[in-house]
Design a protein around this ligand. Structure first.
Ligand code: PMP
Length: 351
């Protein structure tokens, strides 16, 4: 067994996976206890009376093409949230194993670990700029199963240093997976680490269609990793995980013309991000605007509650992070349309 698989839960390695109804579109289906007719009004291509293909081949190939990796390195799931959950389930024994997170960061790593009964070791980001505390991450990582890094990080907005992340990955090979969540990478003007997967068997990447591709409602996330990790996770992903409607919509909405329009939208969003950064930084109500490589801005206000209230008065909701450790008076503002941004800026300028 390779060293990376030896990190997985032994009972999961032994598990006899659920046997799906065989997928063979050349034969008519009388083997899956489905209704033979469509529901009335069902105009879907595949027919919603039928279970979808597990890990649909066309979808996996589309994501492989989108992210520039071979299809064997791709696992698709219901959002990257599902990929996080699967990783923790496959690698962490309840009550025994741990994951490392670097707060302030995306909240679901911790929740997924706790649901699984894994311990969560927190190694806070260093400040000014937000950056990894490498010796502390390594010390905790040597005793953990998964180190979650988020780049660009939510909610701070900044990229983590690529050489540092890969250095951590190298140091921890044989002792821990390093999962780099690239949910916001398309806004960063930097390439993904996908091209480096071949060099690091313990590197796992998370990508999503929820942000740059404007498909959060479709719920499609992709995990990119070595084949062995992908094959292991395929054994535990719930049967028929991706709804047929999602498969059809995603195949339709990630073709070349849609990809071009999404690239153009990202361009507009980045212009708006810069405009908001400039305006916010000059406001008396604002103590600090943190640099952002993502589609949101972390902003420290003099009085976050007043700023939150001013947004609500003009019908806009931003996210309050002021209770998070180290983020007193901070709000996270997702960049909106130019009209929404203008409405928010005008409201905050009057504070
Ligand atoms: N990772 C990060 C860093 C996120 O911010 C989010 C969603 N806010 C996710 C993952 C989950 O994304 P998905 O919609 O793909 O489940």
């Amino acid at each position: 067994m390779s060293s990376v698989l030896s990190l997985a839960r032994p009972d999961i390695l032994q598990l006899q996976p659920y046997q799906h109804a065989t997928w063979d579109p050349s034969l008519e289906r009388m083997h899956a206890n489905e209704m033979p007719w469509r529901a009335s009004g069902d105009n879907s291509a595949a027919g919603l009376n039928r279970y979808p293909e597990p890990q649909p081949k066309a979808l996996v190939e589309r994501m492989a093409q989108l992210y520039g990796v071979p299809a064997s390195r791709v696992l698709v799931g219901r959002g990257s949230d599902e990929a996080i959950d699967l990783l923790v389930r496959a690698f962490c024994r309840a009550g025994e194993d741990s994951v490392v997170i670097c707060p302030p960061t995306f909240g679901f790593y911790k929740v997924a670990a706790k649901i699984q009964g894994a311990q969560v070791v927190e190694v806070p980001l260093l400040r000014d700029p937000f950056a990894l505390d490498v010796p502390a991450v390594l010390a905790a990582g040597h005793r953990a199963k998964i180190v979650f890094l988020c780049s660009p990080n939510n909610p701070t907005g900044n990229l983590l240093d690529e050489a540092t992340m890969l250095g951590i990955c190298r140091e921890l090979s044989g002792s821990s997976l390093v999962c780099v969540d690239e949910a916001y990478i398309e806004f960063a003007g930097r390439p993904s680490l996908a091209g480096r997967l071949g060099e690091f068997p313990n590197l796992v990447l998370l990508r999503t269609l929820s942000k740059a591709y404007a498909l959060a409602g479709a719920r499609l996330g992709t995990l990119l990793a070595g084949e062995e990790i992908v094959d292991l996770l395929k054994r535990i992903i719930p049967p028929y995980a991706i709804p047929a409607s999602t498969v059809e919509e995603v195949l339709q909405l990630t073709q070349a013309p849609q990809r071009a329009s999404s690239a153009a939208r990202i361009g507009t969003l980045l212009e708006e991000r810069a405009r908001m950064q400039g305006r916010l930084a000059r406001m008396p109500a604002v103590a600090r605007v943190f640099p952002s490589d993502a589609n949101f801005l972390l902003v420290e206000f003099r009085d976050a509650r007043r700023a939150l209230g001013a947004g609500k008065v003009v019908g806009l909701l931003v996210r309050d992070f002021s209770a998070a450790p180290g983020l007193a008076n901070c709000l996270r503002i997702s960049v909106g349309t130019p009209e929404q941004n203008e409405r928010l800026l005008a409201a905050l300028e009057h504070l």
